[in-house]
Design a protein. Structure first.
Length: 109
DNA sequence: ATTCTTACA
DNA sequence: TGTAAGGA
């Protein structure tokens, strides 16, 4: 059927993406990367607006999607939206990206 | 050194 | 929200 050839450039991109979805960082890194204070990140967490990877872990662990959500919420907040509204918009905006990432994770495991 | 929770300014 | 205390 549709046998597709894949060049090395695309292969490298796939490698990068697979690596990206596997990266896990602690709250300190997230704060540095996003510019959102740890205090706020923990607050959004307890409010249920963001969901760290492994809740059984000693420390909160964040993946690329978590960081993306945090940045998005930050931007929407700057635009004047309520935390609740911002979080809601982020859920909608991340829905599709989430599907793709979930598929990539399942493939690489 | 880094994160965590609780609590107070 | 920021920051300090005290334990993990």
């Amino acid at each position: 059927m549709g046998e597709k050839k894949i060049n090395t450039a695309d292969m490298n991109i796939l490698t990068d993406v697979n690596f990206l979805v596997s990266v896990i960082v602690a709250i300190g890194e997230v704060a540095n990367i996003t510019g959102v204070p740890q205090r706020k990140i923990r607050y959004w967490d307890e409010k249920g607006y963001i969901e760290p990877v492994d809740k059984t872990a000693t420390y909160r662990q964040y993946d690329y999607l978590n960081i993306k959500r945090i940045v998005l919420i930050k931007e929407l907040l700057d635009e004047g939206f309520t935390l609740e509204t911002a979080a809601k918009k982020v859920v909608e905006r991340c829905a599709k990206v989430e599907e793709v990432f979930q598929r990539l994770k399942n493939q690489s495991s």
